[in-house]
Design a protein around this ligand. Structure first.
Ligand code: GLU
Length: 488
């Protein structure tokens, strides 16, 4: 199998593009085939500079390797690998021209000299008379001599395909048979007046010359497929298998859009979503290998992927699931790897004030709670603040009085003060001794451990008091309790 991803370099990579690319990648890898990247940059008005480099970099970050296509060298310049190049459409113009001319020669395409004004008026009239807007074939009536004379005079023209009568059908690998009446299909422009091909011609020529066997793309391209099928027939080329992947939807079932949330792969990576989690999550949007499992490393996705099991209907982007999945990957990885990933997120911590607590320890403390790495500074930031802002009432457990909380905290403080500095390193040890103190005194867990935990965190929700004592160490823990006592 030879599959491809054919992005247009018009900005960040959409998560839908990545999902389709993943499916193409899985197919190529599971069949020992090739996965190709081709850049479709023929729409010159929509180009955004730097997109190609950023796309290749994103692919590197995601750990996805392609067999052919443009490559980003380590010095930041662009190169290329593979035998079917160039892989950037703007570098293949002569090829498209050649096939367009061949189509004109064989009577499957024709030159059209209609001006933009005429076409605009024609469409407006058609809409007004409730007809579908379609080229009216005025230029098809021109004689060979008339065409030649216009060409000689240097008139601007486009090349249009002459859609034949009949119907076009194809078997979509996800959706089954799809049938179109050719009367619904417009005489598509193949070469624009600037000499660039349109997407339709370029995609067919390239998929053929690059020996693509399976074309996977978003369902928004279904309506383009009849034109491409007809072009294959006109050129006598074998058709690839087409598979149109369903849309990704907002929770309100509308098409996922920038206005309702993030759609760019780069922005998810920037926020601290892990490549493995993002791949796992996107792969499972609209396809699931088994009903009772969610976490699959990429290698297993490659093995299990089955194009015919991809859902036909749109898949809702569920952020909670993505966050959950990301958290699972953070929990699963070796401690060292987790700590290394935390590093870049710690710049904003007010660590100049205190050398302690130990940053690694702080990161480990919240490992069970952190879902996205960008949350890290907010989750552990309080540990590093010189003093904590909170209302004294937060220190009180349910109906507890200030006096009561103060008494408990004072006694716990004295108790902790008697311990040596190095007796603050074991959570289980602190847990056991403080709980014995509670039993000895006839207190309740809640009205002792709640004030203690709030004194240490200043927060309604935080890691437990014993973990916090260890994270702070003796000196800073006592300082926090003193601050709480002062509030009470
Ligand atoms: N260039 C198109 C895009 O950016 C690709 C369409 C296709 O895969 O055929 O979505």
């Amino acid at each position: 199998m030879r599959t491809r991803m054919a992005p247009s370099p018009t900005g960040d990579m959409h998560i839908g593009t990545l999902r389709t690319a993943l499916y193409s990648y899985f197919l190529a890898r599971q069949s020992n085939g090739q996965f190709i990247i081709r850049i479709e940059d023929t729409d010159r008005e929509r180009l955004v500079l730097g997109t190609l480099e950023s796309l290749l970099k994103t692919f590197q970050t995601l750990g996805l390797d392609h067999d052919e296509g443009p490559v980003l060298r380590s010095d930041g310049t662009l190169g290329e690998k593979g035998d079917c190049g160039p892989y950037i459409q703007s570098e293949r113009l002569s090829l498209y021209k050649k096939y367009a001319e061949q189509l004109v020669q064989s009577g499957h395409a024709y030159c059209c000299f209609c001006t933009e004004e005429r076409l605009t008026k024609m469409r407006a009239d058609q809409i007004a008379s409730k007809q579908p807007p379609k080229y009216d074939r005025l230029c098809l009536k021109l004689s060979t001599e008339e065409v030649q004379s216009k060409l000689n005079q240097g008139e601007l023209y486009v090349i249009r395909m002459k859609i034949p009568e009949g119907e076009s059908k194809f078997i979509d690998a996800i959706r089954g048979e799809i049938l179109f009446q050719n009367t619904e299909v417009d005489d598509q422009v193949l070469i624009k007046s600037d000499g660039f091909p349109t997407y339709h011609l370029a995609v067919v020529v390239d998929d053929h010359l690059m020996n693509i066997t399976h074309v996977l793309r978003g369902e928004e391209w279904i309506s383009s497929t009849p034109k491409q099928i007809i072009l294959h027939q006109m050129l006598n080329w074998e058709m690839p298998v087409y598979a149109h992947v369903p849309l990704i939807l907002n929770p309100d079932k509308t098409k996922l859009s920038k206005r309702k949330g993030d759609v760019s792969v780069e922005s998810y990576l920037k926020k601290g979503y892990l490549p493995q989690a993002l791949i796992n999550f996107l792969a499972l949007l609209g396809w699931n290998p088994t009903a009772n499992r969610e976490i699959f490393p990429c290698s297993e996705l490659v093995e299990l992927f089955d194009l015919s099991k991809v859902n036909k209907s749109g898949a809702v982007m569920n952020m909670e699931k993505l966050n959950w999945m990301n958290a699972q990957y953070l929990k699963m990885m070796p401690e060292k790897e987790y700590l290394a990933l935390c590093q870049p997120w710690l710049d904003t911590l007010p660590i100049t004030h205190y050398a302690l607590p130990d940053i690694d320890r702080a990161c480990l403390l919240v490992r069970d709670r952190v879902q996205i790495l960008s949350e890290l500074p907010q989750l552990i930031g309080f540990l590093f603040e010189p003093s904590l802002e909170y209302d004294a009432s937060l220190l009180l457990w349910k109906t507890q009085t200030k006096e009561d909380a103060k008494e408990r905290l004072t006694i716990v403080r004295e108790f902790l003060n008697k311990r040596l500095t190095d007796q603050f390193s074991l959570i289980a040890d602190l847990d056991q001794t403080i709980r014995s103190l509670i039993v000895e005194r006839g207190w309740q867990n809640g009205d002792t451990l709640w004030p203690l935990r709030v004194a240490l965190s200043g927060q309604k929700q935080s890691p437990g008091p014993f973990e916090l004592l260890v994270a702070y160490g003796k000196e800073r823990a006592l300082e926090r309790i003193d601050q709480a006592l002062a509030k009470l």
